[in-house]
Design a protein around this ligand. Sequence first.
Ligand SMILES: [Zn+2]
Length: 249
Amino acid sequence: MRKLLCITAHPDDEAGAFGGALLVYHERGVETFVVCMTAGTAARNRGTAQSPDELAELRRAEFAASCRLLGVTRGEVLDYPDSKLDRVDLFQAVCDLALRIRQIRPHIILTFGPDGGLTGHVDHAMAGIFATLAFEWAGRPDRCPEQLEQNLKPHRVQKLYYHTADFHLPDRQPISQPTVTARIEIGAARFEKKVEAFRQHTTQAPLFERVRKNLGQRLGTVEMYHLAASSSPRDAKSETDLFEDVVDD
Ligand SMILES: [Zn+2]
């Protein structure tokens, strides 16, 4: 069984940034997993929540609903502080992600690049940096070795992709994006399903129009990715399938 792991920062990233790829690969029989690092409690839009704990509970439920629509096999929301991923302990965060990688044993990982994805959010950037180190460390017996005493084995993920795009959002901070190396055509029907998954995040309803505009007018039915690393050395090439050259185990 082929497996894909997506590592994100906030509930709604799985839909807004990666929803198309999650749908495409679910339909192709790939087991898909999402690990989201925060419960998104720093959001300006808070729905009916009266406290951070209530907002966390709402956003975890919205994340679960979005994952169901996207056909995600298993989604998990970790407890790292929203809007402060640049202040958390790097070793702890990377080992937490390496543990998930060693448990799930995915063939490929999708995450954000250090630019912070289209929006340039610092949490996106940090989630991607932690995920990049975890991609490397999970395969090495000398990193987070205490995990290997609990019946886990090192796991080498074959490919690491960053979310990217071939345009900027005009109303955001300047960012320098990873080069586009893969274009995944998701089609109009899956685009609508991706928007529908995003709309499960009802606490974020004031963002719906802005996001739809960003996604619809510029990205349309294509999601773009950057192959940042792979377990077998290779030259760069343009891909239309993130599982190209992936070897089944
Ligand atoms: Zn986000």
